[in-house]
Design a protein around this ligand. Structure first.
Ligand code: KIV
Length: 273
């Protein structure tokens, strides 16, 4: 049943997120890339689902987010949208689909919205993508910004360490956050920056600031689902809290299944026709 058919489910909108910031109600956001997982986290009441380009890492096994294509992002996004009744679905514009010029950014955003049914797009970067943000918004597509550690620029940074620790980079980040807000972004993700800096940005801006590795002084938090539920057990950054050990659960279940098949315990009489 879609949210419009079910009057009890009130969809999260960009307007509602703004109200949450005003009321001091923290925003919970997670990534998802497929129908089954998106259905679970939507049913749990997550506010925003990000179809992140981290799909390149966790779904496809690439070392970086750079290889994932626009077509692949649309495939993941449409699978997520089909499962969701409540959450706002935001989709990352992948590397190479918006950096060329603002027309390319607009065309990529329109493809995502039209072909997946998602509700908003996310772009990495500050002042250099201002024109693209304004052009995407002119077509009525809500835009979320992303500053701090921006994984699509990993080869420029050279490392995934904390960003904006030095005064000059922190100053630039604050300016960029204001530029994104004035360009019309409805929210900004701040990734892996000092908590004090993220708190300052959140206090200065009207729009909700969602942090990942940016401390508790922001308006909401985002984590990669596969890290949060412990599917991926090789990633242990300080900012990650693991809420389950799904890796272990699946490993043990699979071992037990193999044992049952090999011993002919499965299927038993009740499990056959
Ligand atoms: O792609 C992603 O998962 C992200 C989050 C880390 C914010 O951009």
């Amino acid at each position: 049943m879609s949210a419009s058919q079910n009057s009890e489910i009130k969809r999260i909108t960009t307007h509602r997120l703004l109200e949450m910031k005003i009321k001091g109600e923290p925003i919970a956001m997670l990534t998802a890339y497929d129908f089954s997982m998106a259905g679970i986290i939507d049913a749990a009441g997550i506010d925003i689902i990000l179809v992140g380009d981290s799909a390149s890492n966790v779904m496809a096994g690439h070392e970086t987010t750079l290889p994932i294509t626009l077509d692949q992002m649309i495939y993941h996004a449409s699978s997520v949208v089909r499962a969701v009744s409540r959450a706002l679905v935001v989709v990352d514009l992948p590397f190479g689909s918006y950096q060329g010029n603002s027309k390319e950014a607009l065309n990529s955003s329109i493809r995502i919205m039209k072909e997946s049914g998602a509700h908003a797009v996310k772009l990495e970067g500050g002042r250099q993508i201002k024109e693209s943000i304004e052009r995407i918004l002119s077509a009525g597509v809500p835009v979320m910004g992303h500053l701090g550690l921006t994984p699509q620029s990993i080869y420029k940074f050279g490392t995934y360490v904390v960003r904006a620790k030095e005064e000059e980079e922190a100053k630039q980040l604050i300016e960029d956050a204001h530029i994104l807000q004035e360009s019309g972004c409805f929210s900004i993700v701040l990734e892996k920056i000092p908590a004090q800096l993220a708190t300052r940005v959140s206090q200065e801006l009207r729009i909700p600031i969602i942090g990942i590795g940016a401390g508790n002084g922001v308006d909401g938090q985002v984590l990669v689902l596969h890290d949060m539920v412990g599917i991926n057990n090789e990633f242990h950054p300080r900012f990650l809290r693991k809420y389950a050990n799904v890796h272990e659960v699946m490993l043990n279940a699979t071992k037990q299944y193999i044992e049952d098949v090999k011993s002919k315990d499965f299927p038993n009489e009740k499990e056959q026709y």
